[in-house]
Write a protein that binds this ligand. Structure first.
Ligand SMILES: C[S@@+](CC[C@H](N)C(=O)[O-])C[C@H]1O[C@@H](n2cnc3c(N)ncnc32)[C@H](O)[C@@H]1O
Length: 227
C-alpha cells in the first residue's frame, strides 16, 4: 500500500473539545477542515474513549500506569483519553498521520502530565512485523473504527497476532467498530470478525455497561483476549 504524505497549516484546523468528566479535564483535539480518514474524530472513538472513562469511574486505577498501545489512532481521542486517565500510551498510525497526531499530543500534554499519564506517537503500519513496537510490552491495545479497508484486514489481524505472540503478558484488546450498511463494509466486518474469532476470545460488551450518552446500536464494543 502506498502512503501519502500529509502536512497542514494551522489555518486548516479547527478544534473540538471533549470533556473527560471523571477527572474534570477537557481535551482539545484539532481536526482538519478537509482531508483523509485520519483528519476527523470518528464516533467509534468517542464510544471507546467514554467506555474507558466509565471503567475508571467504577475502578479508579483501571488505567493508572497501564501500558496502552493504540492502533490507527487518527487524531488520538482514545489514546489521549487513556493518557489523561493515567495510562502510559503509545499512539500509532500511518506516517502521514503523525504530524497532526503529535500536535494533538502537544496541545494536551500538560493535562496528561498533571494526571500522571504519558503519550507518544509513533508510526506503525499494520502488517509490518519489523516495527520496533513489537519489541515493547503493552498491557492493553485499543483501536477504534479500523476495519475499513479491504487491503488492511489481513495486515491488521497479523499485527494483533504479532503483538500477542512476541510478549510474555497478553494484552487485553478493546475494539470499537461502526457497523455500516453497505454490502462491502458488511463483508469486510464479517471477514475480519471470522478471522478474529479463530485466534482470540471475543466478548461483546453490552450497551448497558457503556457510557450512558456515548453508545449506539450501530457501534460494536468488543473485549478481545488471546486464546
Ligand atoms: C476510520 S479512521 C479511525 C481513526 C480513529 N481511530 C478514530 O476513530 O477517530 C482509521 C485509521 O486507521 C489508519 N490506518 C489505515 N490503514 C492503516 C494501516 N495500514 N496501518 C496503520 N494505520 C492505518 C488511518 O490513517 C486512520 O487514522
Amino acid at each position: 500500500m502506498s502512503h501519502r504524505t500529509s502536512s497542514f497549516q494551522l489555518s486548516d484546523l479547527f478544534p473540538r473539545e471533549i470533556d473527560i468528566e471523571v477527572c474534570l479535564k477537557t481535551l482539545k483535539i484539532f481536526q482538519k477542515l478537509e482531508g483523509d480518514v485520519n483528519c476527523v474524530v470518528w464516533d467509534a472513538s468517542l464510544v471507546l474513549a467514554k467506555y474507558l472513562e466509565t471503567m475508571c469511574q467504577s475502578k479508579p486505577d483501571f488505567l493508572s500506569g497501564v501500558r496502552v498501545l493504540e492502533l490507527g489512532s487518527g487524531l488520538g481521542v482514545v489514546g489521549l483519553t487513556a493518557a489523561t486517565l493515567g495510562a502510559q500510551v503509545t499512539l500509532t498510525d500511518l506516517p502521514e498521520a503523525l504530524p497532526l497526531l503529535r500536535l494533538n499530543i502537544a496541545e494536551n500534554k500538560s493535562k496528561i502530565v498533571s494526571m500522571g499519564g504519558y503519550a507518544i506517537a509513533e508510526s506503525l503500519v499494520w502488517g509490518d512485523k519489523h516495527s520496533d513496537i513489537h519489541k515493547q510490552e503493552f498491557d492493553m491495545i485499543v483501536l477504534a473504527d479500523c476495519v475499513y479497508y479491504e487491503d488492511a484486514i489481513n495486515p491488521l489481524i497479523e499485527t494483533l497476532q504479532c503483538l500477542n505472540n512476541t510478549i510474555k503478558k497478553k494484552p487485553t484488546i478493546y475494539l470499537t467498530q461502526e457497523l455500516r450498511d453497505s454490502d462491502i463494509q458488511k463483508k469486510l466486518w464479517n471477514d475480519f470478525s471470522d478471522k478474529l474469532a479463530e485466534l482470540f476470545y471475543v466478548e461483546k460488551i453490552p450497551e448497558e455497561q457503556q457510557h450512558v450518552n456515548y453508545r449506539s446500536s450501530d457501534i460494536l464494543l468488543l473485549k478481545i483476549t488471546k486464546k
